[in-house]
Design a protein around this ligand. Structure first.
Ligand code: URA
Length: 201
């Protein structure tokens, strides 16, 4: 029997809750699609929920493009706390998680994905792509197609929606990838054997 998410978060809190303000994953615990971001931001930390800030709005617009809603998904992050660095005055700014921080949360992420057992894991950016696959693959090389992951669910890599803010030329790429994902999900939903559907992509 797979472990439940409730039991997983209890254990995660016991192990790391004293050290970090944890933001657990949330959503449909039996979702066909698990979406993995990088790490929570300030809004997510304040509310204790993933993708509720500006990044969440971007994400919802992107999901709509593939005909997906939050209700159909499970949403989480590779790292379950907000990594920060000092900003102006007393303010804190976000920073990317370190390799050590990603490694510390990788076993929890793996167990989380196993508990949900989705048909596909959609990663947003390099950090979750590398955390989920355990490789140094980059989103520039891997985006927009299904990556088989042995006994684990296959991964579909997307650019992080925030990257479009800094690199507007990526918007078209991200939109095309969303349409490819929507097409694959529609086919996979029609076919019993997901691996047959995968060959079409
Ligand atoms: N960006 C992420 O990758 N995750 C969040 O939860 C919020 C912003």
């Amino acid at each position: 029997m797979a472990e439940t998410l409730e039991s997983l978060w209890r254990q995660c809190r016991d192990a790391l809750g004293g050290q970090y303000r944890l933001v657990p994953g949330e959503g449909n615990p039996h979702a066909a699609v698990a979406l993995v971001g990088e790490a929570p931001g300030a809004q997510e930390e304040a509310q204790g929920r993933p993708f509720v800030g500006a990044a969440g709005k971007n994400l919802d617009a992107l999901l709509a493009m593939a005909g997906l809603t939050r209700e159909a998904l499970y949403v989480t992050n590779a790292v379950k706390f907000r990594p920060t660095r000092p900003g102006a005055g007393a303010r804190l700014r976000n920073r990317p998680p370190t390799r050590e921080e990603v490694a510390r949360f990788a076993p929890w992420l793996r167990r989380e994905i196993a508990a949900v057992s989705p048909r596909v894991v959609v990663t947003l950016g390099n950090v979750p792509l590398q955390a989920v696959t355990g490789t140094d693959l980059t989103v520039g090389r891997a985006h927009g197609r299904l990556l088989p992951c042995g006994a684990a669910p296959p991964v579909f890599a997307l650019y992080h929606p925030a990257s479009v803010i800094y690199r507007p030329q990526l918007r078209g790429v991200l939109e095309a990838d969303m349409r490819a994902l929507a097409g694959w999900l529609a086919r996979a939903g029609r076919e019993d054997d997901i691996w047959d559907a995968e060959k079409d992509i």
